[in-house]
Design a protein around this ligand. Structure first.
Ligand SMILES: *Cc1c(COP(=O)(O)O)cnc(C)c1O
Length: 425
């Protein structure tokens, strides 16, 4: 599939049926798989042969869909996880352990921020957050001798900052560690971070990839480019024998292309079990089949709504990298030439009460803790996700009380604008 275009890959990559086999990917709704001899099964447990034995680790349906996402991102291997949270945790924990340190952009999804700053901290993994706008000097200064990974989001949820992927990749590689990029918002249709130097790409497939608000899921993709053996002492989990698999050295046995995902499957999935259900993988694949058709429409609607809001007298500020006035416009032109996503953040005059009143008057856009599906939805962080904060604390966090995050769906842009116009009036 490597020579085909993005559209063809969205529709057909990952699964090629044989003669007389189902055209659509089969849902292998089975926890377990049958073998004729104990020896056959033993080879699977020793990673001597590839095959399925228990769906907590691997399932054929998931593997078809993971292979499609790997093809879309230009990676060599991928795995599905039960959620985007699990994907980011697996990507980091596959190479970090107690005593490790992570350099992360501060402008990331709140759930990932908590994962790294609170939960992984309890595991003894430290983090230094840097502004996505930091200079190369500031970025390099954040590294320590025990740094094992750099993390950022292509377009941050909900701040809508754009990551300078090349800047972060350069710093990561100069310190001998991989760059992990969460590419949930643009999807590979609008940006492929591996082409700009990212080593590992993660997704909350719950968002645009599924695209219909139907199934929670995640994905980890390996570029196959990071040379673990060249930094062997930093990544003993990949470069020294795994006693729980009869002394296999992942980086030796599976090479640059396969080591990361094989270890992530064999250890992380085996021990932590955050597998995506095959049924959800099937829904995800239905979404992927139209991802290349849906993304341009999300961008078109987001751009139109952002341009309308920017001119409205009751709107104080609009964040959307597609606007020429946006501070991230230049980075968006470089990394997101086809546009970013359908999510627009804006601040309404009159703070919390005005935002609440505005959202209550919307007829098409529903109030939801969600983004990136076919139906337009919106959220006021001050009265929902960040409800416990005072107005002063909100301001300090860079989230004004009157901020509305609107995820533009696939409806007619004229209808979305008319809805916003009447609600603002
Ligand atoms: C939603 C989201 C996540 C978390 O994904 P879930 O599927 O909800 O667990 C991670 N990163 C980004 C950028 C997200 O938008």
């Amino acid at each position: 599939m490597t020579n085909y275009g993005m559209d063809t890959k969205c529709v057909q990559a990952g699964y090629t049926p044989g003669n007389g086999e189902p055209r659509q990917i089969p849902i292998v709704q089975s926890t377990t798989f049958k073998y004729n001899t104990s020896e056959d099964m033993g080879k699977l447990f020793d990673l001597e042969a590839s095959g399925y034995f228990y769906t907590r680790l691997q399932n054929p349906t998931n593997d078809y869909v993971a292979a499609k996402i790997a093809a879309l991102e230009g990676g060599t291997a991928a795995m599905l996880t039960s959620s985007g949270q699990a994907a980011n945790f697996f990507a980091l924990f596959n190479i970090c352990e107690t005593g490790s340190h992570i350099v992360s952009s501060a402008s990331i999804y709140g759930g990932t921020f908590n994962l790294i700053a609170v939960t992984m901290k309890k595991m003894g993994i430290d983090v230094t957050f840097v502004s996505p706008d930091c200079t190369e000097e500031e970025l390099n200064a954040a590294f320590r001798e025990n740094t094992r990974a750099v993390f950022g989001e292509t377009i941050a949820n909900p701040a809508l900052t754009v990551l300078d992927i090349e800047k972060f990749a350069k710093a990561a590689h100069a310190h001998g560690v991989p760059l992990i990029v969460d590419n949930t918002f643009p999807t590979p249709v609008n940006c492929r971070p591996i082409e700009w130097g990212a080593d590992i790409v993660t997704h909350s497939t719950t968002k645009y990839m599924d695209g219909h608000g139907a199934a929670v899921g995640g994905c980890v993709v390996d570029s196959g480019k990071f040379d673990w053996m060249a930094e062997a002492e930093k990544f003993p989990g990949l470069t020294t024998p795994d006693e729980s698999y009869h002394g296999i050295v992942y980086a030796e046995k599976f090479g640059k292309e396969g080591a990361f995902i094989t270890k992530c499957t064999a250890q992380m999935m085996r021990d932590l079990g955050c597998i995506q259900s095959p049924q959800n993988a099937f829904y995800l694949n239905l979404g992927l089949e139209s991802l290349h058709v849906r993304m341009p429409k999300h961008v078109e609607n987001g751009q139109a709504v952002a341009e309308f809001l920017e001119k409205h007298p009751k709107v104080v500020k609009v964040s959307y990298p597609g606007l020429a006035s946006d501070p991230y416009h230049a980075l968006a032109e470089k990394y997101l030439p086809k546009g970013g996503c359908g999510v627009v953040s804006f601040e309404i005059e009159g703070g919390r009460a005005a935002a609440e009143a505005f959202m209550g008057k919307l007829k098409l856009a529903a109030i939801e803790t969600h983004v990136a599906d076919a139906r337009t939805c919106c959220l006021n962080p001050a009265t929902s996700t960040h409800r416990q904060l005072t107005d002063e604390q909100l301001a300090a966090a860079g989230i004004p009380a009157g901020l509305v995050r609107m995820s533009c769906g696939l409806e007619s842009k004229e209808d979305l604008i008319a809805d916003i116009e009447q609600a603002l009036a």
